[in-house]
Design a protein around this ligand. Structure first.
Ligand code: PMP
Length: 409
């Protein structure tokens, strides 16, 4: 008489009524043994699965949770707006307030428009670029993720070659390949679309080299194309004003989502005056795009992030985690790589072509209440404290010790 967990019961019920039981990036099936699929609640930096197990959450819903689950000031703003209404015949005052806030805090932005998901924002961005330039080609980095629409989904299933016909690829941080792509698309370049930094699945993360970023800006200037930065994953975690500001590079358009409203569904496209007219001529919309609750959540999220100096906090605890794991790996004789910004950690193991070591490490961690990801970058929040990191490090120490003994044997 085997007692099955609620998670297993829900998975079998879902199998019957949901294609594949689950789909998309939150599908737990590709994860190592021990990961739950279904969750019951979240609070601060903790998550509880449907079987009542608690985890320290290092995925933050894959980015959206910036301040912590159920952050009080955001929930209060949400509740206030809910009392007034959410989905009405038009936007509320919140839309104007939020657009003003983005324009005030994002140097390149002269305007903002709102959607729901990151894919909406990246798709709107290339549409504005094409409308504004009258051209077709979009230069994109090979392997970069910009969403799940037919033009950008990483899968080829159900997608036609025509959907991607006007994408021209280059290698991130490789000026020669960027120039070659520009040459190949000569006369027809609408935009260069590039992520805030390289955060592709299963490979080391990479910040943009200043000369590469500079060259991307120059090419756009030379040919009159739009430089679009995809800030969907990095936005508000690395900076509020734009990830390339510190390099002195401003995009013409930027796509935002994920962390913008601390878990409430919202995306934004920001742009400069050069593309204002084009942005006003394209037709993009959605039944829920003007929902006021998410906009109220975004206003509160940005205010709190700025008031708490949340990015500096995430950098501090991210450094504590990275230093701790580096020391443990050294002590256990395990070679691993931690790349990218500390508040978006990625841990990959050396000599691990099939990611078996990463999977074992993550499995040992999840068993002990630490929800990490073996291949995708992780996310820290304002809610992670120093003691949460220390508790995590106790677990990673055991997990790395296990790994060391297994791989020595
Ligand atoms: N761009 C980037 C860089 C992303 O990380 C994501 C989501 N992982 C998207 C676009 C698409 O966002 P969404 O899933 O909200 O459509």
């Amino acid at each position: 008489n085997i007692v099955t967990s609620l998670d297993q019961q829900l998975r079998s019920r879902a199998e019957k009524v949901v294609p594949g039981g689950m789909y998309g990036h939150l599908n737990a099936r590709p994860l190592p043994p021990g990961y739950p699929q279904f969750f019951a609640k979240g609070e601060g930096c903790h998550l509880w699965d449907v079987d009542g197990r608690r985890y320290i959450d290092f995925m933050c819903s894959w980015g959206p949770i910036l301040l912590g689950h159920k952050y009080p000031a955001v929930e209060e703003a949400v509740e206030r707006q809910r009392q007034q209404g959410d989905c009405l015949n038009g936007p509320t005052e919140r839309m104007v307030e939020l657009a003003e806030k983005l324009v005030a805090n994002i140097p390149h932005a002269d305007w903002a428009m709102f959607q729901k998901n990151g894919t909406d924002a990246t798709t709107s961005a290339i549409t504005v670029a094409r409308a504004g330039t009258g051209r077709r080609k979009i230069l994109v980095a090979r392997g970069a993720y910009h969403g799940a629409a037919p033009w950008c989904t990483p899968s080829v299933v159900g997608v036609t070659a025509e959907d991607r016909a006007h994408l021209v690829h280059f290698e991130f941080n490789n000026i020669e390949s960027l120039e070659a792509a520009a040459e190949a698309a000569k006369g027809d370049i609408a935009a260069i679309l590039v992520a805030a930094f390289k955060h592709d699945l299963s490979v080391d993360q990479m910040l943009p080299d200043p000369p590469f970023a500079q060259r991307a800006r120059e090419i756009c200037n030379e040919v009159g194309a739009a430089l679009i930065i995809d800030e969907v994953r990095a936005g508000f975690r690395l900076s509020v004003g734009g990830s390339w500001e510190k390099l002195g590079i401003r995009p013409d358009l930027a796509a935002w989502s994920k962390a913008i409203a601390n878990g409430y569904p919202l995306a934004a496209l920001t742009g400069n005056d050069r593309f204002r007219d084009a942005a006003s001529r394209i037709y993009v919309t959605g039944s829920f795009w003007m929902g006021a609750v998410s906009m109220a959540a975004a206003i509160a999220t940005i205010d709190e992030l700025l008031a708490t100096n949340g990015i500096a906090h995430m950098e501090r605890i991210g450094t504590r985690l990275r230093d701790g794991i580096a020391e443990q790996a050294m002590r256990h004789g395990i070679r691993l790589r931690q790349t990218g910004p500390v508040q978006m950690p990625l841990i990959l193991f050396d000599d691990d072509p099939s990611f078996a070591k990463g999977a074992r490490f993550a499995s040992e961690a999840i068993k002990r209440g630490v929800y990490m990801h073996p291949r995708h970058n992780m996310f820290l929040s304002l809610a992670h404290t120093e003691s949460d990191i220390d508790e995590t490090l106790e677990v990673t120490d055991v997990a790395l010790a296990r790994l060391a003994s297994e791989y020595r044997a």
